[in-house]
Design a protein around this ligand. Structure first.
Ligand SMILES: Cc1cc2nc3c(=O)[nH]c(=O)nc-3n(C[C@H](O)[C@H](O)[C@H](O)COP(=O)(O)O)c2cc1C
Length: 385
């Protein structure tokens, strides 16, 4: 019997070999939106990490929707060609499904990569800053550029861009799509009462604020093959007074279920300054997944400081979530899936060229990873990725 973490899960026609997902992680390393050799090696290492699914970083559906100049995009033929090469390249050595997160940064676009924030968040005009759009003409924070309020034509163009990127993702060969409606980016800006002060049918009550994101996602779902899953990263809580709360996420998730979305990943925050953050401790957003999943019946992917195999396994075994998305622990250790399998007594999926480090045959494994990382006696054998 595999552990709960290593039990397969079915999402439409896609079977994930286990419940471990490499969370989307912006690399700020693209050129004109095109994936570079950095993305190829990074995605390649995650594809052999032992995870059941790899989701590529927030990828802009148009150039204006990039968070930073070097953000990944899927709005041009060159972008599509670069990501097709990445996906097809990874297929040569790995069967691990690869998904992509599609996004638009809205009023949080035109900023700098995290490692350049000392120079300030926003690009200067001479550095190539571009105009921003948002649900309302209100900046993210004092001193940030004022975005243009999207009119009917702007909204329709953005919906078309999400759909066009969905079609490109299919041609690239991606196995699934995740739509980004969290972390303060455009679709979150529509959902949150802190950033959406529209007077038309897209502003006001939660029902109205979720209308545009739902229209976009329904159009994407219709353009995406029926057999392939589509998930959504949602906001559990804004962590601001007067912001989104868990019951809003329940309402949004129930509506997403109606339009054929296959899972949600509840994350939090970053739609407005002045957040009142809770204690950030291991698994601090797992209760969001549990709350939303139990009230909607929607499969969930828990995220946020999930770092250790037994912790991840407990989340699945106890039914708090259906999958776990892991970010920084995979950045730290792109073999996380192998070591988790060893720790839980499951079979590590180690590619043949690395079979000499299988804990069954490498005496130094225990020296490096301790007894908890040891493959249980008599368990497992080499499997091909
Ligand atoms: C460098 C970095 C880049 C990230 N990029 C994205 C992203 O593109 N899309 C997204 O939804 N979350 C992104 N996140 C958030 C992670 O996916 C994840 O939710 C967060 O890091 C918490 O999980 P962890 O504790 O396992 O890292 C990013 C986080 C980091 C550290």
């Amino acid at each position: 019997m595999p552990s709960a973490l290593f039990t397969p899960i079915q999402l439409r026609d896609l079977t994930l070999a286990n419940r471990i997902v490499v969370s989307p992680l912006c690399q700020f390393s693209a050129v004109d939106g095109n994936a570079t050799p950095w993305h190829v090696q990074n995605a390649g290492s995650y594809a052999i990490s032992g995870a059941g699914l790899v989701i590529l970083e927030a990828t802009a559906v148009n150039a204006q929707g990039r968070i930073t100049l070097p953000c990944l995009g899927l709005y041009s033929d060159d972008n599509e060609a670069a990501l097709t090469a990445l996906v097809q390249g990874a297929r040569v050595f790995s069967k691990t499904p690869i998904g992509i997160q599609l996004s638009h940064a809205g009023r949080k676009a035109s900023t700098r990569p995290t490692w350049e924030l000392a120079k300030g968040h926003n690009l200067k005009p001479e550095e190539g800053a571009w105009p921003l759009v948002a649900p309302s003409a209100e900046p993210f924070a004092e001193g940030w550029p004022v975005p243009k309020e999207l009119d009917a034509q702007g909204l329709s163009e953005i919906l078309d861009d999400f759909v066009a990127a969905t079609r490109r993702a299919e041609r690239c060969g991606f196995d699934m799509i995740e739509v980004h409606t969290a972390h303060g980016y455009l679709l979150h800006q529509f959902l949150s009462p802190l950033s959406n002060h529209r007077a038309d049918r897209y502003g006001g009550t939660m029902e109205k604020r979720m209308q545009f994101p739902l229209e976009v996602i329904a159009a994407m779902r219709a353009a995406w093959p029926k057999g392939k899953p589509m998930g959504v990263r949602v906001t559990g809580r804004d962590f601001n007074d007067g912001g989104l709360e868990l019951d809003d996420a329940v309402m949004f998730t129930a509506a997403l279920k109606e339009i054929g979305i296959d899972y949600v990943t509840p994350s939090a925050g970053n739609v407005a300054p002045g957040m009142k953050l809770p204690r950030i401790e291991p698994g601090y957003m797992v209760p969001f997944a549990e709350y939303i999943g139990s009230r909607t019946g929607m499969p969930t992917m828990a995220v946020g400081l999930i770092v250790e195999p037994h912790q991840a396994n407990e989340i699945i075994a106890s039914g708090k979530a259906d999958m776990v998305a892991i970010g920084r622990a995979f950045m730290d250790n792109p073999r996380w899936g192998w070591h988790a399998a060893a720790a839980l007594g499951d079979e590590p999926r180690i590619p043949p060229p690395h079979n000499r480090v299988n804990p069954k045959v490498w005496p130094a494994f225990e020296m490096l990873h301790g007894k908890s990382g040891r493959l249980a006696e008599g368990m497992g054998h080499m499997t091909r990725e």
